[in-house]
Design a protein around this ligand. Structure first.
Ligand code: 6GU
Length: 225
């Protein structure tokens, strides 16, 4: 999968994409992530990216020209499955959407800033608008990092059997069961004995029951899905 990210702050992704799973996916050639600075498509001495909103109102709005030039130039070389805009008023990201999107060959992700982007960009260039939750971030970059991580870990070959995405919370609309490691006892707090019983069937049943209990208690809405 190739993911192209358009942003005014490419440096924000440096740390996130150079560690752990995303790093491994890039090294194995399973994911290709490219960052493009929208400012490189700006013209004029000041390389202006934003301007006052028509009709007034607080905050600057990202202008259509640099973004349209950038999207059109990249689209000539790459056929994107989706051109995604990250915005709090987009469709809520969940595991089901992530699973579907993870089948894409090429994605373009636009990160907006300030008070938003000129609506005509959304109307004419964007094919999918995504929010990562009901709260407001200062820009789309953190959301783009979240989306990228969620997608990359689903690509075949990125995770090994032990970390398999199939056992993630949400894959079956259930939260994951609790996990334990050594020591067996810490300050008198013991690991549930069933996990040391060696009885695989009983252990699997215990895990499933724990998942169900946890989901009922914490996220009952998931069970109705
Ligand atoms: Cl995608 N962007 C911003 N700026 N805030 C958000 C969001 C996205 N999703 C939730 N809050």
């Amino acid at each position: 999968m190739k993911i192209d990210i358009l942003t005014l702050f490419p440096e924000m992704f440096d740390g996130v994409f150079s560690h752990s799973i995303i790093k491994r996916a890039k090294e194995k050639g399973l994911a290709g992530i490219r960052l493009f600075n929208i400012r490189d498509w700006c013209t004029g001495k000041h390389k202006t990216v934003d301007d006052y909103a028509f009709g007034g109102g607080a905050g600057m709005v990202m202008m259509i020209e640099p973004i349209s030039r950038c999207i059109e130039e990249l689209s000539k070389k790459t056929k994107y499955d989706q051109v995604i805009y990250l915005t709090p008023d987009g469709e809520l990201l969940d595991q089901k959407m992530a699973n579907k999107l993870s089948l894409s060959e090429n994605l373009l992700i636009l990160c907006g800033h300030y008070k938003g982007i000129d609506e005509r960009i959304r109307e004419h260039f964007i094919t999918l608008e995504i929010s990562i939750g009901d709260y407001v971030l200062s820009g789309g970059e953190l959301a783009a990092a979240v989306l990228t991580d969620t997608l990359v870990r689903l690509l075949p070959g990125v995770l090994n059997d032990e970390t398999s995405a199939l056992s993630d919370s949400f894959q079956d609309n259930l939260l994951s069961p609790p996990v334990y490691t050594r020591p067996y006892e810490f300050r008198g707090w013991k690991v549930p004995d069933i996990l040391l019983s060696g009885n695989d069937r009983e252990i699997a049943k215990w895990k499933h029951d724990q998942s169900l209990d946890r989901t009922r208690q914490r996220r009952p809405g998931l069970l109705e899905k």
